[in-house]
Design a protein around this ligand. Structure first.
Ligand code: GTR
Length: 324
């Protein structure tokens, strides 16, 4: 009788204890829908993590603004209701000034230069700068070059933006960028932009090829002008509250899986840009190069002093520029 009781107790513990003690499901948010490279990359991170922790840690994805716009989900991440969040770096610029650096117009000379900065010591310092705000930066994801698009006319020179209402992500630096070019900046979350373009609240916005195509903005704003003014990346963060509950070994596994998912993202990205471009061109949109990209660079130069003028930020800019 006693042995039977013991056996039952042991099998009960074997059945429940490991699950209850070890299973951790991390809730991950993304504004983009299933199938978008950022979402697929975070899912890939989940698979890697599941493997390296033998099923103890998993990621459950909430894409397509299920948990709100980027700013809402960031707040939820600080309070631990969301564990992992993939957002555009601009969403953090008013919080942690270091995150402005990779968004400074024309900072990166090439995609290779950008990657060496982001995945080197400068990038690591920017990721680490988020901790006082309740977030741990895990990695950056590339996000291509951003270009202007609008409902009115091709943008060839900064003067063509004169008087246009341009949507920007909610960041002071982005507002100042549009003002320096002579446009009227309208901060707005990405999810509101399609309707804004359709009803004329805004005349235009700026984004990379995949976002221009996947949000269907190209259907309402046919002029896409290849200014390539910024290469602002995406960022993957985890709540500091969640992070502090992980063992040092699991923290290492999470970081490694995140970093590996950034490599995965790069392989998806190129194909996505190509596919988006073909879709937009196929729809008959008016795509134009800008004859003098330097005119945009000169017009936007004051942003460096205004938003990265402190010794610490200026030093990060200098080190980014000096990165080979
Ligand atoms: C996209 C980015 C989104 C979103 C958007 C924006 O490129 O992937 O996370 O923040 O830009 O302009 O708001």
């Amino acid at each position: 009788m006693y042995r039977l009781f013991l056996a039952a107790a042991v099998s009960l513990m074997a059945g429940f204890a490991p699950l209850a003690a070890a299973d951790l499901v991390l809730r991950a948010a993304d504004t983009h829908p299933y199938g978008y490279p950022t979402v697929r990359s975070v899912q890939h991170m989940g698979e890697l993590l599941e493997k390296s922790t033998e099923g103890r840690i998993r990621i459950s994805m909430y894409p397509g603004r299920q948990l709100g716009e980027e700013w809402d989900t960031l707040e939820q991440t600080v309070f631990g209701a969301v564990d992992i969040n993939r957002v555009f770096l601009a969403a953090l610029q008013n919080v942690a000034p270091e995150t402005i650096i990779p968004s400074l117009p024309f900072l990166f000379r090439s995609e290779e230069h950008r990657d060496r900065v982001l995945y080197g010591p400068v990038g690591d310092e920017i990721l680490a700068s988020l901790e006082p705000y309740g977030l741990v930066g895990l990695t950056f994801y590339e996000s291509g070059s951003r270009n202007f698009y609008n409902t009115r006319r091709p943008i060839l020179t900064p003067a063509d933006l004169q008087g246009l209402r341009i949507r920007v992500p909610n960041s002071d630096m982005n507002v100042a960028m549009i003002e320096l070019l002579g446009g009227n900046a309208t901060p707005m979350e990405l999810g509101q932009v399609y309707e804004g373009l359709r009803n004329g609240t805004v005349d235009g916005a700026e984004n990379n090829w995949p976002s221009y195509a996947d949000t269907r903005h190209f259907e309402v704003a046919p002029f896409y002008s290849l200014t390539g003014h910024s290469m602002t990346p995406e960022i993957l963060v985890i709540s500091k509250l969640t992070w502090d509950k992980l063992s040092p070994e699991d923290q290492k596994r999470v970081r490694e899986a995140a970093r590996e998912s950034a490599r995965y993202m790069s392989t998806l990205w190129k194909a996505q840009v190509q596919e988006a471009r073909e879709r937009v061109e196929g729809a008959g949109n008016k795509i134009n190069d800008v004859p003098d990209r330097d005119a945009f660079r000169r017009a936007l130069q004051p942003l460096y002093e205004r938003f990265a003028g402190t010794p610490r930020l200026a030093d990060l800019v200098r080190r980014a520029e000096e990165t080979e």
